[in-house]
Each structure stands twice: as structure tokens, then as C-alpha cells.
Design a protein around this ligand. Structure first.
Ligand SMILES: Nc1ncnc2c1ncn2[C@@H]1O[C@H](COP(=O)(O)OP(=O)(O)OP(=O)(O)O)[C@@H](O)[C@H]1O
Ligand SMILES: [Mg+2]
Length: 378
């Protein structure tokens, strides 16, 4: 079951409003609006260079926005000195002090704040227990594995009891097995301490596993913010549909609208779909996204669909049968289903899908993004 809480119940902790960041002629963050709620695990996800680190650095106060504002608990981040901010950061490279023991690395922030020795000891021991490094106090960073170093870095950031912890690809340097284990540990820690995490990754599986909400960015433009379920099930842009998981995209236009039914022409055929939310009109450009596990085929024509293809190949992957069907325009359609009867390779199939299995996306998003950029650059 998905729990839904109303906006009013949640307390805003970080508010990013109309933020742009321009380096010379490079516009790297474009008109970003994002609200982060207390206690949530929010992930910034996007490909390399899309502006994730820049956004995080602006929230940390290391970088100033070219325009727009960032508030943490209602206060502009730029008005505070770094040590006064309730925000701590963990980077991909652990940045531990090599000449200090694990204990001293973790205690560092508290010593700077002149916390009493006895309290420092209690808090360091407790924090090391939380990150499962009890007994490692006297070791030096060079005597630790990658995962252990990263846990020290996390303990060092968390000991200051920040309201918000920013994590920039903190697991990037770890091997896959350790990475998966640390994902679960980090999530457990975040729940237990109820600290807001803003987490950066370009790994979609990591984002889907760990986050309460995911914020997808492409080329400095926020594409969609939502729960992992919303992002996967109802992508709002073509970019999101293709970035998260695999999908089949049919691009074309609405040639006729009768009630909620849209008749759509695409290059290699046409079909009818329900427009449940009545978002589209005749003449609109549209992309229809159908996940491989929702794609169906038949050896006889199916009412409402005129999409004919040729079976190119079929591969068993465990219990799943993956089929590739080629359409007349050369596009490959991916189909996944539980293993069953194989189709003859080279045979003709009629493609279709169930009601509600196609996601309808307006395809002016790139033009729109460009328009936003033009306005900001003027
Ligand atoms: N100090 C800087 N001066 C000029 N350009 C910069 C600076 N910092 C970042 N950029 C540019 O801004 C863009 C976004 O960089 P950013 O580091 O935010 O990307 P990212 O999404 O974190 O990518 P990655 O996944 O590779 O870490 C890039 O094109 C980068 O070259
Ligand atoms: Mg980065």
C-alpha cells in the first residue's frame, strides 16, 4: 500500500525557488523550483553533467546561485557562515584526515565546536556503533576498506546532527556488492535518525531503491519530481520515460478524438488509446510509452491497433522471455513476458496492449525547455 500524506502535514525544510546557475556561457541549472520536506530521502537523479553537484553545492552554500533563492528552514543559506549551517555534506571521495584515527576523524566537528570531552566520547562511540564500526576507533584511514572509509565519512557528517545531509554519489567508489549493502545501511540510518537526506546519484536502480522521492534532471532542467512509483508509472516527459527503466516509445500525433478515445498515427501504423485525464486534443504531438512487460502480441489482428512487426529475436533470461519485434520503419520494440510459447523468428505479429498500459506524454517538452532557457538568457 502506498501511504499518502497531504502537503499541509509536511514541514518544508529546504526551498529552492527560481534558481539559475550560469558559468560563463554555460547555463548549468535552469529555473529550478524544488521543495524538500523534513525527514524525507530525496534523490537528484540524472546523467553526468546535468547539474546535480552544482545544485547540491548551492544548497550547501559553497556556490551562489546566479539568480533565485535557497532557504533552509526559512532562512537564506547565503546569510550564514559554513559552520553555522545546519547542512553537512558527504562526497564521493571520502576526504578523511589521513593522519587522524577513526575516532579523531569523527570527533573533529565536535572538537571544533568545543563540546566537552566526555560528551564527545559518548557521541563518537554511539555514532560509530550506528555505522557498525564499533571497535575501529584506533585505526587510521589507510587501514580501512572503501566501505569502512565511507562509513567514517558518514559518521563524521552525522555527528554534527545536521538537519539536512547532502550526499554526492557517496557510494560511487564502492564495488557493486558493497554498494548494495551500503544502500540498505544508509536508508536504515536515515530512517532511524530521521534526518533529511538530499542524495545525488546517476544510478537509477539506487535511486528507486532508496528514495522517498526522486527529482529527475536533464541538462539543468528539472523534468519530474515524484515517488519512485509515480516516476516509473507516470512519466511526465519523454526523457523520464526512457531514462527510468526500459520502454517503447511511439511518437506521432492525435488525428482524431472521440470522447476520451484518441486515434493516434505514428510512422509505422496507428492505434487508439484512452486519454483518462482528457489532456490531449486533435492535432497534438504525442509520445506513447509502453513498458516491455506490458507489450502484448498476437498472430491475428487486434481491434483498435494497427501495428505490425516482424519477430527478430527471442532470448530466455531466467524465467523471462525477451522478444524483439521490428516495425516497418526499422524501430525495435522490446517485449518481456513470462516464458511461454516461442514465436517463429521472422514471423509476423500484431502488437497491442491493455487499457491503461500506455502512458501518454506531450512532446513539446524539449521546445518548452528551450523557451525557458531563452527567457532566462535575455
Ligand atoms: N566551477 C565550474 N565552472 C564552470 N563550469 C562548471 C563548474 N562546475 C561545474 N561546471 C559545469 O556545469 C555542468 C554541471 O556540472 P555538475 O558537476 O553539476 O554535473 P553533475 O550532474 O554532478 O555530473 P556528474 O554526474 O558527472 O557528477 C557541467 O557541464 C560542468 O562542466
Ligand atoms: Mg556530480
Amino acid at each position: 500500500m502506498i501511504s499518502v500524506s497531504t502537503e499541509a502535514e509536511k514541514k518544508v525544510i529546504v526551498e529552492i525557488k527560481g534558481v539559475n546557475k550560469i558559468y560563463g556561457s554555460n547555463h548549468v541549472v535552469k529555473d529550478l523550483d524544488l521543495t524538500v520536506y523534513e525527514g524525507e530521502f530525496l534523490t537528484l537523479l540524472g546523467s553526468s553533467g546535468c547539474g546535480k553537484t552544482t545544485t547540491l553545492r548551492m544548497v550547501a552554500g559553497f556556490e551562489e546561485p546566479t539568480s533565485g533563492s535557497i532557504r533552509v528552514e526559512g532562512e537564506d543559506i547565503q546569510n550564514k557562515e559554513p559552520f553555522e549551517r545546519d547542512v553537512n555534506t558527504v562526497f564521493q571521495s571520502y576526504a578523511l584526515f589521513p593522519h587522524m584515527t577513526v575516532y579523531d576523524n569523527v570527533a573533529y566537528g565536535l572538537k571544533m565546536k568545543k563540546v566537552k570531552k566526555a560528551e564527545i566520547k559518548e557521541r563518537v562511540i554511539h555514532m560509530l556503533d550506528l555505522v557498525q564500526l564499533g571497535g575501529f576507533e584506533k585505526r587510521y584511514p589507510s587501514q580501512l576498506s572503501g566501505g569502512q572509509k565511507q562509513r567514517v565519512a558518514i559518521a563524521r557528517a552525522l555527528i554534527n546532527r545536521p538537519k539536512v545531509l547532502l550526499l554526492d554519489e557517496p557510494l560511487g567508489a564502492l564495488d557493486l556488492k558493497l554498494r548494495k549493502q551500503m544502500q540498505l545501511e544508509l536508508k536504515r540510518l536515515q530512517r532511524k535518525l530521521n534526518i533529511t537526506f538530499i542524495y545525488v546519484t546517476h544510478d537509477q536502480e539506487e535511486a528507486l531503491t532508496m528514495s522517498d522521492r526522486i527529482c529527475i534532471m536533464n541538462d539543468g532542467v528539472l523534468q519530474q519530481v515524484g515517488t519512485p512509483y509515480e516516476i516509473y508509472e507516470t512519466p511526465k516527459t519523454k526523457f523520464v520515460a526512457t531514462f527510468i527503466g526500459e520502454t517503447n516509445l511511439f511518437e506521432g500525433s492525435v488525428i482524431k478524438k472521440s470522447g476520451r478515445k484518441l486515434h493516434i498515427a505514428v510512422e509505422p501504423g496507428d492505434f487508439a488509446v484512452e486519454d483518462e485525464n482528457e489532456n490531449f486534443n486533435q492535432g497534438d504531438m504525442i509520445a506513447v510509452s509502453v513498458r516491455p512487460e506490458r507489450m502484448l502480441y498476437s498472430d491475428t489482428p487486434v481491434d483498435g491497433f494497427n501495428l505490425i512487426g516482424t519477430v527478430k529475436e527471442q532470448v530466455y533470461v531466467g524465467s523471462v522471455l525477451k522478444t524483439i519485434v521490428i516495425l516497418s520503419n526499422g524501430n525495435e520494440i522490446k517485449i518481456e513476458r513470462l516464458a511461454g510459447q516461442e514465436l517463429p523468428t521472422g514471423g509476423q505479429v500484431y502488437l497491442y496492449w491493455g487499457n491503461g498500459d500506455a502512458k501518454l506524454i506531450h512532446t513539446f517538452d524539449n521546445v518548452f525547455a528551450q523557451a525557458v532557457e531563452n527567457i532566462v538568457m535575455q
